[in-house]
Design a protein around this ligand. Structure first.
Ligand code: ZN
Length: 260
């Protein structure tokens, strides 16, 4: 099935974005939940389908609630963990991986915990909100590979326990009220300060502190491209702002950069 042709303003935006990417020397991408909705992973904020429309984030996914009521967190995580395990990258992830492989993109900073960038072939991925590959005991801080625990958990709902002390294992994802992982966060800020182009894709730039990252790039004179379904606070300052579906816009941009 051939998708309908994009509206003229999207076509013009794609062309300008491709021109900027071709002339950039150090382009960096910043991605959020909007990139993975086409892979079946729900966006935290989209009206109607967003996870937080149905759940109070502070009640299930804050650090404090995790400590007092891990059952609520794991109840929330279980369907999400199954979706992440089954999800495959979509055309937007693939477009970013192709741009990196062609030397047009230094790497990706992502708010997503789903590892779809890596599955698509991206090599340099900074996961500033953590990931579900590893988990840490909240009592003795022992760190383990999360895979076997999550598989078991998805199968029978048993809350993962530390093999050392029996404490609850918390997947290494950042909860509300929790600091970002120090190393990835430092690297992300450095990447934003040294890039000459920042491509924001599938993020509404609403979650702090990540939402401030493009400002670091702008302050150093970098160009900014934003591709997102909804407007962001930075659209007014972006060189190019395309409001559209990342899964069709990103491949169109990559195609023009790589084959024009
Ligand atoms: Zn422990």
């Amino acid at each position: 099935m051939t998708p309908p042709p994009p509206p003229p303003q999207v076509r013009r935006g794609v062309g300008r974005a491709a021109d900027l990417l071709r002339s950039a020397r150090r382009a960096v991408a910043l991605t959020g939940a909007g990139l993975s909705t086409a892979s079946g992973i729900p966006d935290f904020r989209s009206a109607g389908t967003g996870l937080w429309e149905r759940l109070d984030p502070m009640a299930v996914a804050s650090l404090t609630s995790f400590r007092y009521n891990p059952d609520a967190f794991f109840g929330f995580l279980r369907p999400l963990a199954s979706q992440i395990a089954l999800a495959v990258p979509n055309a937007a992830h693939q477009a970013l991986a192709r741009l990196e492989q062609a030397g047009r993109l230094v790497g990706v900073i992502t708010q997503n915990i789903d590892q779809l960038h890596q599955k698509a072939g991206s090599r340099r991925v900074l996961e500033v909100h953590g990931n579900v590959r590893r988990a840490t005991c909240i009592v003795c801080y022992r760190e383990v590979e999360a895979g076997p625990y999550l598989d078991q958990f998805i199968r029978d709902g048993a809350i993962p326990r530390c093999p050392g002390c029996g404490g609850v294992l918390k997947p290494n994802v950042i909860l509300f009220g929790e600091q970002l992982p120090e190393k990835s966060w430092q690297q992300a800020q450095a990447a934003c300060r040294s890039c000459d182009l920042m491509l924001v894709a599938g993020s509404s730039l609403e979650v702090l502190p990540v939402a401030k990252l493009p400002m670091l790039a702008l302050d150093r004179g970098a160009h900014v491209i934003i591709v997102n379904q909804a407007p962001t606070y930075l659209n007014v300052r972006a060189d190019v702002a395309i409001m559209g579906d990342v899964a069709s816009v990103m491949p169109a941009i990559a195609e023009q950069v790589l084959h024009a």
